[in-house]
Design a protein around this ligand. Structure first.
Ligand code: BGC
Length: 662
């Protein structure tokens, strides 16, 4: 180890336990290197500390994690991480404060655009790949927000009351999976979990994260998540962020009173020194600014989801096309708060981008008027007028960063009344409406979905979003994203409805039945199921084989064939159903997936491995993941509600290791 703890005085060590300012670590009077931590998941958001006015530097605005997740492609998650790391290296950020793998428990959560999925396996796998991407460049990550931080309302104080099985199977699992990539740091959440603040929760931080999951890096607090610096150190928080005047005296006093020991302090300092050591690795920039922009556009192209395409109205090929709506001139690049990236890239308007692709075959009309949320009457009238004489109307609507943001939740799932009126009004005049939906989470589309022909979910798509939308609408790119969260019929249909705790505690009464697990269990109709996404190509599934490779190890294989004349990509999903269990289990759970590229007419064999975990539930009395003997169904789906192939297998473990099932 280059940095020796023995060279540090007690005071230097105590000061190291909290930041020097909002973004940097202490450096023990210059004995240690300067380390800079910076947001965030969708691009570098780094303050220029040398500027007189604190300014945020410009960087590549990448698609938000909701879009990255919808690619269902680990390579894409790696690309996102590696691209942002390039900006970090260029600007001098050592650790990127990302990714967040919290579960989308309710579509109201203000930060859902920053998270991957309602499914813990998918969130974990994509989070792990993102970490690998960033760290492959010699930049660290911060896996956050550990854990059970699933809404913004009263996030600093409201305790998340979750039973242990639910915690393990739903809320901890993404962290468990992503930790396998050994993120340099993990960030604790603001909220208490079962009455103990995340920053003081030794059971979660030490016993589970470090000892069970094998995390060997540094644990940093979320910004101002520490209520008592001593309790945080005792819970094994290594670094309190940001600088807080009260931290050092609190720690010093505790040391003098014998409440805090040398061993406890040294253990934390060693983690800080180890992080510093990691930051000193060789790193270099290899992508130009243009290449980074191209990466942003590629990810957006892969992550957008075609939700509806009646009469094959898409792709657009020719004719008079009206383009309007609040997001027609610039797409919603990102949700609000610490995850928002400021870019100097100025996207084309969608009308320009479409015109560039369709050339003389099409006439693009963008009615006059300024495009913002408060579309004025004149503007709306101009749109109606144009719609009357057009073949197709493309309406770019959504939420944007004023509605989906850190620090607060959405009030409901609907679009604004003005936007709903715009869609309904145009649809009355022209039946060929294509909606481009810019949102970071599910939207209640019920007032207008039956009146429009197509919906492309663009998410919050970063600086390459407009190119991606234009490529997909014109068929230059075949859409291949699939939803990583369910679109319910309405808010009341969701597991938590409009409830948001009482400001003191929020009970996770739905247990493990989150997302599709909930809609499946209560047999609820949904608008668009988890895993749904259309393509311009058509795929058929066939020949499911299950090969046993070990006691609980299996390889599932099947063929996917592109039976259309269009090249495309299909996300094939593998779900497992425990036919009978001693505990209540979800109808089915995602245990594997693969995105396959298939040329027109091409067929490929898809192979997915299953292991003990694919069949296990977390048993609280046994204190472990437990596989019960019996039958399990393997369901291969194009979505969670479009199962194409089914077969079953029987697990027969040594009876002596089992528990009575009757
Ligand atoms: C957010 C974190 C973020 C940190 C630093 C906090 O408010 O919850 O996600 O990394 O601020 O900006």
């Amino acid at each position: 180890m280059k940095y020796d703890i023995k060279t540090l005085t007690l005071d230097e060590k105590l000061k190291l336990l909290a930041g020097r300012n909002s973004w940097q670590l202490e450096n023990a009077n210059g004995k240690l290197p300067d380390v800079f931590l910076s947001d965030g998941p969708h691009g570098l958001r780094m303050y220029d500390l040398s500027a007189a006015e604190r300014t945020i530097q410009k960087a590549t605005a990448m698609p938000n994690l909701c879009v990255v997740a919808s690619t269902w492609d680990e390579e894409i998650a790696r690309l996102q991480g590696a691209t942002i790391a390039e900006d970090c290296i260029e600007k001098g950020a050592d650790v990127l404060l990302a990714p967040g793998v919290n579960i989308k428990r309710t579509p109201l959560c203000g930060r859902n655009f920053e998270y991957f999925s309602e499914d813990p396996y998918l969130a974990g796998v994509m989070g792990k790949a993102y970490i690998e991407g960033v760290q492959s460049k010699g930049v660290g990550t911060s896996l956050k927000h550990y854990c059970a931080n699933n809404r913004e309302y009263d996030r600093y104080y409201q305790t998340s009351e979750v039973d242990e099985r639910t915690l393990r199977e739903i809320y901890l699992l993404p962290f468990e999976i992503a930790t396998k990539a050994q993120p340099w740091t993990v960030m604790c959440a603001y909220n208490p979990i079962n009455g103990v603040y995340a920053s003081e929760n030794k059971w979660l931080l030490n016993d589970i994260l470090r000892e069970e999951f094998g995390f060997d890096g540094l644990i940093v607090s979320d910004w101002n998540a520490v209520h008592n610096s001593v309790r945080a150190v005792k819970a094994t928080i290594d670094l309190e962020m940001p600088y807080r005047e009260a931290a050092y005296p609190q720690l010093k006093k505790a040391y003098e009173e014998g409440w805090l020991t040398d061993e406890e302090i040294d253990a934390r300092v060693e983690k800080i020194l180890a992080l510093m050591e990691k930051t000193q690795c060789e790193k270099s920039v290899s992508l130009t600014k243009e290449q980074r922009h191209e990466a942003a556009a590629t990810i957006a192209r892969e992550g957008m989801v075609l939700l509806k395409n009646e009469d094959d109205i898409l792709p657009l090929t020719a004719g008079k096309i009206v383009v309007n709506g609040p997001f027609a001139d610039a797409p919603a690049m990102g949700g609000g708060g610490s995850a928002y990236t400021q870019t100097d890239y100025r996207p084309q308007t969608l009308a320009q981008a479409l015109s560039e692709r369709l050339g003389e075959r099409a006439e693009l009309i963008r009615p006059h008027g300024s495009l913002n949320e408060n579309l004025n009457v004149h503007h709306i009238k101009a749109t109606y007028k144009a719609a009357y004489n057009a073949e197709v109307c493309v309406l770019c609507v959504g939420t944007g960063k004023a509605i989906e943001s850190e620090s607060f939740d959405r009030a409901n799932l609907r679009l604004s009344p003005t936007q709903e009126d715009l869609i309904l009004g145009v649809a009355k005049i022209n039946p060929n409406v294509v909606v481009v939906l810019h949102s970071g989470s599910a939207v209640d589309v019920s007032p207008w979905i039956d009146k429009v022909k197509a919906v492309l979910w663009a998410g919050f798509s970063g600086e390459g979003g407009q190119e991606a939308i234009a490529d997909i609408l014109t068929g230059k790119v075949c859409p291949s994203g699939k939803l990583t969260e369910t679109y319910p019929l309405c808010l009341d249909d969701t597991p938590t409805g409009a409830a948001r705790g009482n400001g003191f505690a929020e009970r996770y009464d739905e247990g493990v039945f989150v997302g599709y697990r909930y809609y499946d269990r209560y047999d609820k109709e949904v608008r668009f199921p988890f895993g749904h996404g259309l393509s311009y190509a058509k795929f058929e599934y066939s020949d499911l084989q299950i090969e046993k490779q070990g006691e609980t190890d299996y390889e599932v294989s099947f063929s996917v064939t592109n039976v259309s004349a269009v090249d495309g990509k299909e996300v094939a999903q593998v779900y497992v159903r425990d036919v009978f269990a001693m505990v209540t289990r979800p109808e089915k759970e995602l245990k594997g997936f693969k995105k396959v590229a298939l040329k027109a007419g091409e067929s490929k064999r898809v192979r997915v491995k299953l292991c003990a975990r694919s069949f296990a539930y977390y048993s609280v009395p046994l204190k472990k993941w437990h596989v019960e003997n019996g039958d399990f169904e393997i369901l291969i789906g194009a979505s969670s509600r479009d199962i194409r192939l089914t077969d079953k297998l029987t697990i027969e473990l040594d009876e002596r290791e089992q528990y009575s099932l009757e």
